[in-house]
Design a binder for this molecule. Structure first.
Ligand code: FES
Length: 178
């Protein structure tokens, strides 16, 4: 009988050890999942999607609105609804022959054009008409004046701005063709 009890005790001890090991593995996985979920949450909460994608919310300039002339480009406003109203903005980011830029319509006959990439880490900037500046779409939110001067944020440098002229419904931007 004593021997029978001792075999049973050993079996119970082994079973308890296995259960403990299984529990520890489960706990490890659960804690790991919580840690990963926490990390993801932190990234989304603090970094914002923009820091992951690098993109802002500005619409791309309508295809066909742009023509090249030497080192300049000419935008036909009649074909660019993004820039039809004062306060509108458009970006050019996917052409190999034009530098990536953002254009903001400041007034009926006045536009501002800057490089779209924030000098901090390259996230796109957006035109904020009401505040009369460009602001980075990332959490760092560096801001730049309409002339490209750095106003605040982690960016250490100004953002490049480009001369432009507007006449007869056409916006000419200088020095942006590659
Ligand atoms: S990329 Fe960091 S503030 Fe713009």
């Amino acid at each position: 009988m004593g021997r029978y009890v001792s075999i049973n005790s050993r079996k119970e001890r082994d079973m308890r050890k296995q259960e403990d090991a299984a529990f520890n593995r489960r706990e490890f996985l659960i804690q790991g999942s919580i840690a990963v979920a926490g990390a993801s949450f932190c990234l989304c909460g603090l970094g914002g999607c923009a820091t992951i994608t690098g993109s802002g919310a500005t619409s791309k300039l309508t295809a066909g609105a742009l023509a090249r002339t030497g080192g300049d480009i000419v935008i036909d406003l009649a074909k660019a609804p993004e820039l039809a109203a004062v306060g509108g903005a458009a970006k050019i980011v996917d052409r190999k022959d034009v530098k990536p830029i953002i254009i903001g319509r400041v007034a009926e006959t006045s536009f501002v054009v800057v490089s779209i990439h924030c000098p901090h880490r390259g996230v796109e900037v957006e035109y904020q008409h009401e505040r009369k500046h460009f602001v980075c779409a990332s959490i760092g939110s560096s801001a730049f004046g309409l002339d490209g001067a750095r106003l605040r944020g982690p960016a250490k440098k100004p953002i490049q701005s480009f001369e432009n002229t507007f006449a007869d419904g056409k916006l000419t931007i200088r020095g942006v063709a590659v």
